[in-house]
Design a protein around this ligand. Structure first.
Ligand SMILES: Cc1cc2nc3c(=O)[nH]c(=O)nc-3n(C[C@H](O)[C@H](O)[C@H](O)COP(=O)(O)O)c2cc1C
Length: 208
C-alpha cells in the first residue's frame, strides 16, 4: 500500500439527494482534493448512504458480546471493515426530531460488535492503533435553539470513539430551512478548510 494513500469515508445522513448534508460533505471533499494535490497525497473516496444500505436494526441479542460478530449477514460487516481501513471518516447529518435520522442511528447501533470485541472479548475487530481523523457535521432546519445539536453531538462522539477516530472538528449549521447554504460562500469556504485540515493532518505529521 502506498504511504501516501488516504481512504476517505463520507457518511451521508440525509435521505434526500439534494441535501444540505451532501453540500457540506461535498465542500469538505473539495478541500480534501485540494490538500491532496498540494501535499502529493493519493485519496480514495467512498460515500456511504445508510438509507440505501441493507442494515437491520440491532435487536440487543448480545451475540456480539460472546463472539464479536452480529447475527445479521447484511451490509454492516463490510461497512465495519470500511471504517477500519479508513484514515478519514466524515459524518454529515441533518437533525430529525432533535436527533439524527433513524437510518444513520441504525448503522451506528450496529457498530456494537466493535465495542463488544474491544471491551468484552479483548479481541478488537478493528485496529485500535491506526491513525484516523474525523469530522462531525450537522444541519438543522429551524433557527438556532438550545440542545438542537446535543443528541447528534453525543451519539456522533460515541461513534467516533468506537471506531477509534479522533475528531478534528465539529460544525453545526442551524436554520437550513430558511437560508440557502448554496449562497453562503463564507460558510462553504469554512467546510473546504476543514477538508484541507483533515488531509494536512496526515501530510504534515504522517501515519502515526
Ligand atoms: C422528520 C424531520 C424532523 C425534523 N426535525 C427537526 C428538528 O427537530 N429540529 C430542527 O431544527 N429541524 C428539524 N428538521 C428539519 C431538517 O433538519 C432540515 O430540513 C435539514 O436541512 C434537512 O437536512 P438535509 O437538507 O441534509 O436533508 C426535521 C426534518 C424532518 C424531515
Amino acid at each position: 500500500m502506498s504511504e501516501n494513500l488516504l481512504r476517505i469515508t463520507g457518511i451521508k445522513g440525509s435521505p434526500r439527494s439534494q441535501s444540505n448534508s451532501s453540500r457540506m460533505l461535498e465542500e469538505v471533499l473539495k478541500g480534501c482534493n485540494k490538500a491532496a494535490e498540494n501535499f502529493n497525497q493519493e485519496i480514495i473516496k467512498n460515500i456511504i448512504k445508510p438509507h440505501e444500505r441493507n442494515i437491520s436494526a440491532c435487536i440487543a441479542c448480545f451475540h456480539c458480546d460472546r463472539t464479536g460478530e452480529c447475527i445479521y449477514r447484511d451490509d454492516m460487516p463490510e461497512l465495519i471493515k470500511t471504517f477500519d481501513r479508513s484514515e478519514i471518516i466524515i459524518v454529515a447529518s441533518p437533525i430529525f426530531f432533535n436527533g439524527m435520522p433513524s437510518t444513520l442511528k441504525k448503522m451506528i447501533d450496529r457498530c456494537q460488535p466493535i465495542w463488544a470485541s474491544k471491551f468484552h472479548l479483548e479481541r478488537p475487530i478493528i485496529d485500535r492503533n491506526k491513525k484516523r481523523r474525523g469530522l462531525l457535521l450537522g444541519c438543522a432546519g429551524a433557527p438556532k435553539y438550545q440542545d438542537q445539536f446535543t443528541a447528534l453531538k453525543t451519539v456522533g462522539e460515541m461513534f467516533f470513539k468506537t471506531v477509534n477516530t479522533r475528531l478534528l472538528a465539529q460544525k453545526f449549521i442551524p436554520n437550513t430551512d430558511n437560508q440557502v447554504l448554496e449562497k453562503e460562500n463564507e460558510l462553504l469556504a469554512r467546510f473546504r478548510e476543514l477538508g484541507e485540515k483533515l488531509v494536512g493532518e496526515f501530510a504534515k505529521t504522517g501515519r502515526s
